[in-house]
Structure formats: C-alpha cells, structure tokens
Design a protein around this ligand. Structure first.
Ligand SMILES: C[S@@+](CC[C@H](N)C(=O)[O-])C[C@H]1O[C@@H](n2cnc3c(N)ncnc32)[C@H](O)[C@@H]1O
Length: 411
C-alpha cells in the first residue's frame, strides 16, 4: 500500500500555469443557428496568492477535446456499465456531452450506472490511512469527497479512478476561480455576487480548516504539494458542477461517472436518480431523440444566477423559464401591529424580511401571503398567523382584493 500511496508531486509534474483571464461568450451565444440553447460560458482565472500559484493541475483534460473520452468509455464498460444507447461526443451545448447512437423513445430509462462505479463518502481509499484520518476527525461528506478526489487523482495510474479522473475537466468552469475584481465587474448588478463571494470564502475556509487541523499534522499523508488551495479549488469546482444528490438513496451525494457527462437543458425536466429495481443510476427521458442528437437532463429548476454559481454557465437570455430575480419584502418597524405580525411570521419560521423569487412565469404564493400580511390592518390581527402563509386562506380573501408591492431603491 505504501507504493499505492506514493503521490505524484507537483514539483516534478506540474507545468507552469498561465490561465486565460477573461470572461467570454461561447461562439454559440452569437450563432444564429443555435439561438435557443446557446449559453454564456465562464472561463477561469486564478487569483489567490498561494504557495502553488502559477501551477497547473496535472490531471484531467481539456473539455473542448475528446481527450481521454474513449479510454473512459472502455474502462466503464470493462467495469460493469451495460451497453449504452449514447456516446461521448463534442456537442454544440456544453462542449462534451452524451449523444444518441440510436432512436431513443420518450419514457425510456437510460444509463444504469451501478453503485461500484460511484464515488461517495464511503468509497475505498487507495491510501486507506488518509481516509481513516479524515473519518476519525469527523470531516463531512463534501470536504471528504473533495480530498478523496485529490488523493486518488494524485496517485494517477495507481488509482482505480484513473480513467475517470483523466477525463474530468482540468479547469472546471467555476466562479471559484474568479478574482474579486472579476466578481465585482461581471456580477455588479447581480444578487449572485454575494453568494459567489460567500461560496469562495467557504471553500477557502474549508481548506484552511483541514490544513490546520489535519493536513499539517500528517504531512506524510497530505503533502502540501498535493493538498493545497489550488487542488481544492479544482476538486470543489468538480463537485459543484458534477456531484449528484440521489433522492432514492436517502439524498446521498455521489459522483457518477458517465451520468456526469450529461448537459443541462431548460426544456427537459428529467433528472438522475437511483433506480432500486435495476440497481443503478438512471433517468427517464421526457422526450424522444434521434441518432446524433444530444441527450439532456435537468440540473433543476434553477435561475440563471444559480446555474452560473454551481455550473459556470448561463443559458441564452430568455430561454430559462426558471430564471428569477429575488425580491425582498419586509414588515416595517413603524407598523402598528409590528409585534403581532412578527409573532405570526415566527410561528411559521419566517423573519421580518424575506426574499422571494420572481419568475417570468409568475411569483410564489408565499410572496402574496407575506405582502398581504404586511398590509393587513389591525382589525385582522386574529387572522395574522393564517394570512402569513396559508395559500388557501389567501385565495379566499384574495378574490376581492389585490396587494400592491412597492419596490423601493434603498441607499
Ligand atoms: C455535469 S458536467 C456535464 C459534462 C460536461 N459538458 C463535460 O464535458 O465534462 C456539467 C458542466 O457541463 C457544462 N454544461 C452543462 N450544461 C450546459 C449548458 N446547457 N450550456 C453550457 N454548458 C453546459 C458546464 O460546464 C457544467 O459545469
């Protein structure tokens, strides 16, 4: 095992890194031939001044090529993936994706990736001592899997995941790589800016915590040349854009090779899940596909900002019915019934200020309830608790009334 744990150190293998420092639009964003699906993609830049600045991740591949894709497909079928109706190809949306090889009907189950091919918090470590140290220290699933991925990646061919990791993006599209100046500039008017800063701080904080509490005490298992800020940004970028939550496995999170080659479309609703009868990760198509067409899943009904935050892309303007802006409503301190209204909100776990998404397709009924509570006169104080959240109650009273929401620009 000592042999398997022999890590490939950056000092010898990591070439100099000069990342493209720009935000660019995919050619498809401008291409009239693909107006519906074209998306803005976000490139990366490195900003933090770490010991490893100027170095490049030595594993993974460029996603704009099919480098390592056929080795991945071969390894997957040798490892138990059944014959597929799709193959990895270069695609117009998402650079690489899964493309139908045969006619695929609406309602068909596809993929069938078996559990031994998932990476989870319980996966066996090629370097078991490292895994034991993390588990002994109660490291939660996300940082555990992030560290696992780096550990396995650094072992290159000694890891059973070598073919999978070699086909992962060397630079995942991720806001984690944006500098503060880039966030300020490109997300100036977006509510996502704050969340992106928070997320970056979380990743940096998680790494610093692991480094101080664990890595520095076991440098033989977690050498800084391998486990550093740059490799953590990479692994968190991979997890953010590829980790799936499997509802039928009690919400377990997993990296599912092959399934994670599927790109998102706002036009489909199907998603990945574990199928107990076939004992594998599947999805059921909600439209048909002809040979040569890219097959899509949905990453969830997310706003453009949320897609950018996790997956590093934005669908073309106007194509995402789930796109939304957040509207924040609050009960004024000067309201005669401020305390009673606060009590009503607290009963439902709400606070005096709430954010609601406004979509092209409408707004949530909870927004109406909150707004109605905000304008309810003292004569309705007996009903505050019900008004605060009960959509049925709201419908009863709203047939004959409307609520005006004033949006104020505050300084
Ligand atoms: C789960 S991976 C899908 C496979 C990925 N295309 C690859 O080549 O490895 C998610 C990543 O694919 C890209 N992607 C997925 N759906 C997309 C879309 N509709 N438009 C642009 N990029 C997309 C984004 O880079 C995202 O972070």
């Amino acid at each position: 095992m000592a042999e398997a744990c022999h890590r490939i150190l950056q000092t010898t293998l990591i070439p100099a890194f000069s990342p493209p420092k720009k935000l660019y639009s995919s050619p498809y964003a401008q291409c009239a031939a693909f107006p519906k699906h074209a998306a803005v993609r976000c490139s990366v830049s490195t900003s933090s001044r770490t010991a490893t600045e100027g170095q490049k991740i030595p594993w993974g591949c460029e996603v704009d090529s099919l480098e390592n894709a056929s080795a991945l497909q071969q390894w997957l079928s040798d490892s138990g993936l059944p014959p597929q109706k799709m193959a990895i190809e270069k695609v117009k949306i998402g650079e690489r994706g899964l493309v139908a090889l045969k006619n695929i009907r609406k309602g068909e189950k596809l993929l069938f990736v078996p559990p031994p091919l998932f990476i989870t918090a319980d996966s066996e470590w090629s370097c078991p001592e490292a895994g034991e140290v993390l588990k002994r220290n109660g490291v939660p699933d996300w940082p555990l899997i992030a560290t696992y991925l780096i550990s396995e990646a650094s072992l290159m061919k000694s890891s059973r995941w070598n073919n999978y990791i070699a086909a992962l993006p060397r630079q995942p599209y991720s806001l984690l790589y944006w500098t503060r100046a880039e966030l300020d500039r490109y997300l100036e008017a977006s509510q996502i800016r704050e969340r992106a800063i928070e997320r970056i701080n979380n990743v940096v904080g998680t790494y610093n915590d692991l480094s101080q509490r664990i890595f520095s005490k076991h440098p033989e298992l977690f050498p800084e040349e391998v486990f550093n800020m740059e490799t953590f940004k990479w692994s968190f970028g991979i997890l953010l854009s590829r980790l799936v939550r499997l509802p039928s496995m009690d919400g377990r999170v997993a990296l599912v090779p092959w399934a994670d080659m599927l790109n998102h479309s706002c036009d489909v609703e199907t998603f990945l899940d574990y199928d107990k009868s076939s004992q594998g990760v599947v999805f059921t198509t909600d439209r048909s596909y002809e040979p040569g067409e890219q097959v899509f899943i949905s990453y969830g009904q997310k706003s453009n900002g949320e897609l950018l935050l996790s997956y590093g892309f934005v669908p073309k303007e106007g194509t995402n019915p789930s796109d939304s802006v957040e509207l924040s409503l609050s009960i004024k301190k000067s309201d005669k019934c401020y305390n009673e209204k606060m009590d009503a909100l607290k009963k439902h776990g709400l606070s005096s200020c709430q954010c609601f998404p406004i979509r092209i397709t409408g707004w949530p009924v909870e927004l109406m309830a909150f707004a109605y509570l905000a304008v309810s006169p003292p004569s309705m104080s007996q009903q505050f608790a019900e008004v605060a959240t009960n959509p049925l109650f709201l419908h009863k009273i709203c047939f004959s009334c409307s609520v005006k929401v004033h949006v104020k620009i505050s300084s």
